[in-house]
Design a binder for this molecule. Structure first.
Ligand code: HEC
Length: 137
């Protein structure tokens, strides 16, 4: 291998590790959370979490708003509840509700840094929960 090729390989490796490092910054995590929300939840829970999105209006009742989760829980964001509800380990109030079980169907990962289909990456899910916590009224 010529020195030029080795040098450019090094540049690529350096660049990749720099990119990986930046995607762990908190502001990137919250951007990723917003992106995941927009892809996976907004069609039912509304672009801004206001509830009643068009895709939730088929079966069962409309999707509730997600900006009032804290308000409905004595002012604390119910992170554990949200996490279990979204993963499908809590009973829905309405068994016919359109709310998917994400542990079964996975996140779609149409955004950068995602895993394979049908997989829910811990980091993605935490970013989503952080984003939801940040939009509470
Ligand atoms: C296809 C429509 C649909 C999608 C997509 C969807 N939801 Fe829902 N969601 C619902 C419906 C309908 C309910 C009400 C279920 C019930 O009360 O039984 C609900 C309920 C919830 C609740 C419980 C709210 C409460 O106050 O009790 C949470 C939390 C929630 N969804 C979060 C999410 C998150 C986060 C996402 C994205 C990862 C998401 N949902 C995607 C339709 C959807």
């Amino acid at each position: 291998m010529s020195p030029q090729i080795i040098a450019s390989l090094c540049a690529v490796v350096l660049c990749l590790s720099a990119c990986a490092a930046t995607s762990n910054r908190p502001e990137d995590a919250s951007k990723r959370g917003r992106l995941i929300y927009a892809k996976e939840c907004a069609q039912c829970h509304g672009l801004a979490g206001e509830g009643g999105g068009p895709a939730s209006l088929g079966l069962g009742g409309p999707a509730p708003d997600l900006v009032g989760l804290s308000q409905r829980n004595d002012g604390f964001f119910p992170r554990e509840f949200v996490s279990r509800f979204v993963m499908g380990s809590l009973e829905k109030d309405d068994p016919d509700a359109a709310m998917p079980e994400f542990a079964k169907q996975g996140l779609r990962h149409v955004y950068p840094d995602g895993g394979a289909d049908g997989e829910v990456l811990e980091a993605d899910f935490e970013a989503l929960l952080d984003y939801l916590a940040s939009i509470q009224n």
